[in-house]
Design a protein around this ligand. Structure first.
Ligand code: ATP
Length: 518
């Protein structure tokens, strides 16, 4: 775990040092769980958004996009269930005065049991070598069996308490398990109470409850209330989807782990409208499609897994998370939910307007069912960075081993696609030529001109921000109009004619590569 913690700390430090992510309002000592994206961060984030948008909207004839406002009529959140049910169970430790999510305290306890089981399995694996039968061991070893049973019982009690909003039950569970405050070690807890996660603000011209507005806690509702507008204007027939990327706000009780859990974040959501009864077919379809999307950018299969929900949200009849192996373990990256007709029906009821679809094949009106795919853009950013950021030993200019930090993101996602570097900064013929090359290709993709420091250091700087290609202009260039092109990953340098630079780089960094590779 120490290694993982260390890796995570390095990642956070790298994000700051190289201009990917800064703490919000840092000059005032920061605002907790709010972050700003820097010059390279914004490019990478925009590329991730563009990859998602293209794969949804551009690659599907039957998916269209919208960009709805953050503020919505307050009744929206009554209908969606957020006013009454978008709560987390909160508990305070009376000694340390620290506030926790009660369910997370129990989940952490469960993680510890799981770690014990895994340790036991690893030990046995080492002892028995090739002849080890893990499934059999898990079924027969008394310590493992007892821990598995304990895990299952606690997980069930937690799920039931969450489902029934049973806060006294939650408190009893914490007490029975003798969970102590990680800060103070004290077991002196307050009662557990529900805490609504929505931020609210006030309309300028209306006082009191009437003028209360919420900052949207999910982008999905902007899609639901626009269902008829979009369906009619885009002349879509079922099944069809509406996609949206936008900010969402949640007053998270415990917001840690960098950009994993923020109070202001961005979601990429797609609601797919279908015939009632078809939901399991489409649910399976989107599960597979979304996993393929993650694999296409080079995230290995073993870093991704499905995790079925133990505890379904009020609107869902099936739900699964795609979890990613973050530096702090497997956690939710994306949710795929079969939301039934819950949202459209609720809006229909509360607004008094008919929100239905006329199905010409069935010759009848109905409220469509919905399968949703919902991914946090910032979590996608963290997953991408944590997988791509690597340290490796490579030969330096003199052939000696040296350690480099390299961000091996897919070229289509890289913040800067190509750096143009004159070999020496004080030779005007070289810098002039390099500027010319840069000016010729900057229209096609994001390039950088850099003449400061020795060439080796400039290469390292580009490695650290993930630039897939470096073009170097040297004295041979002046003779024969060729340059070297250096590949970030293989470190190979090839001589190519200047005229080919643009095509070679463009082809490699084109987002279509991601669709061809999958
Ligand atoms: P969690 O269980 O981690 O709180 P959730 O199940 O509440 O997440 P959803 O409501 O399904 O999350 O939201 C969809 C996606 O939005 C999540 O998969 C995640 O990627 C992202 N997301 C949710 N909350 C946050 C947050 N506070 N900060 C960053 N991303 C978030």
């Amino acid at each position: 775990m120490a290694g993982q913690d260390d890796k995570f700390k390095k990642l956070v430090a790298h994000c700051k040092e190289y201009g990917f992510i800064f703490q919000s309002s840092e000059v005032y000592d920061g605002l907790s769980a709010v972050y700003d994206y820097g010059p390279y961060g914004v490019e990478l984030k925009n590329n991730l958004k563009s990859y998602w948008w293209k794969s949804m909207v551009q690659m599907h004839e039957n998916i269209v996009g919208i960009d709805a406002a953050i503020f919505m009529h307050p009744k929206t959140w009554k209908a969606s269930g957020h006013v009454d049910a978008f709560n987390d169970p909160l508990v305070d430790n009376k000694d340390s005065k620290k506030r926790y999510r009660a369910d997370v305290l129990v989940e952490n306890y469960l993680d510890k049991i799981e770690a014990k089981i895994n340790k036991e399995v690893a030990k046995a694996k080492k002892r028995f070598g090739d002849s080890f039968d893990e499934a059999m061991f898990r079924k027969t070893n008394p310590r493992v069996v007892a821990n598995l049973e304990k895990h299952e019982t606690i997980a069930k009690r937690l799920a039931n308490a969450m489902r029934d909003s049973d806060m006294p039950g939650m408190k009893t569970l914490i007490e029975e398990l003798e969970i102590a405050c990680p800060e103070s070690g004290s077991k002196n807890w307050t009662d557990v109470r529900q805490f609504n996660l929505m931020f609210s603000t006030q309309l300028g011209n209306i006082a009191g409850e009437e003028g209360k507005l919420y900052l949207r806690p999910e982008t999905a509702q902007g899609i639901f209330v626009n269902f008829l507008n979009v369906q009619k204007t885009s002349r879509q027939k079922l099944p069809f989807g509406i996609a949206q990327i936008g900010k969402a706000f949640r007053n998270e009780i415990v917001a840690r782990q960098f950009i994993f859990r923020m109070r202001e974040f961005e979601q990429m959501e797609m609601q797919f409208f279908i015939r009632p009864g078809d939901e399991m077919k489409w649910y399976e379809y989107w599960k597979a499609a979304r996993m393929k999307w993650h694999n296409a950018i080079g995230h290995p299969a073993e870093k991704l897994r499905f995790h079925d929900h133990d505890n379904l949200a009020h609107y869902a009849n099936a739900a699964v998370d795609i979890q990613f192996d973050f530096p702090f373990g497997f956690k939710e990256l994306e949710g795929i939910h079969s939301r039934t007709d819950f949202d459209l029906s609720s809006h229909q009821e509360l607004s008094g307007r008919k929100i239905q679809y006329f199905d010409p094949e069935l010759d009848k009106n109905y409220v469509p069912y919905v399968v949703e795919t919902s991914i946090g853009c910032d979590r996608m950013f963290l997953a991408t960075m944590s997988h791509a950021l690597q340290e490796e030993t490579v030969p330096d200019a003199k052939g000696k081993d040296s350690v480099r930090t390299v961000l091996k993101v897919h070229p289509a996602l890289a913040p800067v696609k190509c750096a143009v570097l004159p070999l020496l900064r004080n030779k005007e013929e070289l810098t002039e030529k390099a500027r010319k090359v840069y000016n010729n290709i900057k229209h096609s993709f994001n390039c950088q001109y850099d003449e400061k420091d020795a060439i080796g250091r400039r290469y390292r700087r580009q490695d650290a921000i993930g630039t897939p290609y470096c073009i170097t202009i040297d004295f041979d260039t002046l003779e024969d109009d060729t340059v070297t092109i250096r590949d970030r990953d293989t470190l190979k340098q090839e001589r190519i004619p200047i005229g080919q630079v643009e095509d070679i780089v463009r082809n490699k960094v084109d987002m279509k590569q991601l669709f061809l590779e999958d």
